[in-house]
Write a protein of this length. Structure first.
Length: 384
């Protein structure tokens, strides 16, 4: 028997694998590194799609719908950006902001001479005193937890302190100095910080009701507008276009004159909110598109009310329904004639108490003990 000997420099034998005969039997390639080709995610995706044609159709459809949705959302955002924005810097000693509630000053503007150019004047900072007047003045308060809201109307003839004018009608402040001066007067009157201002052009207001397909109100008894020679027949009626405008402008022929007009303004806002909620506008892309498109034509807001902040407020407040909103008017003491003009004198003590409760999100508590003295919007069908 022979013995294999190794020298000190002999190399360690290399494993040559099984002999060829054995390799053929085992079907193992002799000394070959087996490698697995790595495929990227896109190639794996294409392979999966080839094997599942139905899945390919579903995925393609989903991608197309996603692209359409993204494009639509971008379009909506651009329309919010199209809304005219104006500088907003109320003067005077402004009250401190309390909590996370939002207070928005709503200003309904009429153009008695039909000159036009309201939004152009707002954005150009070249305000022409006496050209426009505010027919509707409201403070919309959205609670800090976004669960409720109150809308408080201030009569346009309210006798208050106006800068450089002394005591006069509150709508003189808007006529003289635009949203800045009106907001200053409202803050001094209410001691509530105004976060934003929104100007509504009544000339284009009619188009909004048309976009919504009309809004429904109930006339409790037949009444004639003696100024415009329009008779409103008792019963349900649909307001659209010019008829909606005539409805919110009427004061002649109504038993309480301007106070009933304020209620009509509040009533149509309630009807618009009700129509929007019941029609599922926020869930209907076609209706929502038309509504947002219309907003950019008849509304202007302050520069700080950005598209992002508007979206955020709308989303956080989506749980507020018309049933969660109180529509009221500030307490008044009378309608005397001063210096030859009919004015509205406010109950300053009760007005202060109302806005203090509103600012601190305690309005409902205050309301429960003061309901009898509150001029509140009546139920549907009882607004004259």
């Amino acid at each position: 028997m022979s013995v294999e000997t190794r020298g000190p420099h002999s190399a360690t034998p290399v494993d040559q694998g099984p002999p060829p005969a054995v390799a053929r039997v085992l079907d193992v390639p002799p000394v070959r590194e087996r490698r697995r080709r790595k495929r990227g995610p896109w190639k794996r995706f294409k392979s999966l799609v080839r094997r599942h044609k139905a899945l390919a159709v579903i995925l393609t459809t989903a991608l197309v719908l996603l692209a359409i949705l993204v494009g639509w959302l971008l379009w909506l955002n651009s329309k919010l950006s199209d809304i005219e924005r104006f500088p907003f810097e109320p003067g005077g000693n402004r009250p401190a902001k309390v909590g996370s509630a939002q207070n928005i000053l709503l200003i309904g503007v009429d153009d008695p001479a039909g000159q036009g150019g309201l939004f152009e004047d707002l954005t150009s900072e070249e305000w022409e005193p006496g050209k426009f007047r505010s027919d509707a003045i409201m403070v919309l308060h959205v609670s800090g937890d976004r669960s409720s809201a109150q809308l408080v109307s201030i009569p346009r003839d309210s006798f208050v302190d106006v800068p450089d004018r002394g005591r006069t009608k509150i709508n003189a402040s808007f006529s003289d100095g635009g949203p800045d001066e009106l907001a200053q007067v409202v803050e001094q009157l209410t001691d509530v910080y105004i976060d934003h201002a929104m100007v509504i052009d009544f000339q284009d207001f009619a188009d909004l009701t048309t976009t919504l397909g009309g809004v429904d109100v109930v006339i409790p008894e037949t009444v004639t507008d003696t100024q415009n020679q329009v008779t409103w027949i008792k019963g349900p009626t649909r307001l659209k276009g010019d008829r909606a405008l005539l409805y919110v402008r009427q004061r002649y022929g109504l038993p309480r004159g301007d106070f009933d007009r304020i209620r009509r303004q509040q009533n149509i806002l309630r009807a618009i909110l009700t129509k929007t909620a019941s029609a599922g506008t926020l869930a209907n892309p076609v209706r929502l598109t038309s509504l947002v498109d219309e907003l950019s034509d008849f509304v202007a807001v302050d520069e700080a009310f950005t598209p992002g902040e508007m979206r955020s407020l709308a989303l956080s407040s989506r749980g507020i329904s018309p049933a969660n909103i109180r529509f009221v008017t500030v307490p008044v003491t009378g309608t005397p004639t001063i210096d030859g003009a009919s004015v509205v004198t406010l109950d300053l003590q009760k007005t202060s108490e109302m806005f203090d409760a509103l600012e601190r999100d305690r309005f409902e508590d205050w309301y429960q003990t003061n309901a009898d003295g509150v001029d509140e919007l009546p139920a549907v069908g009882q607004v004259k």
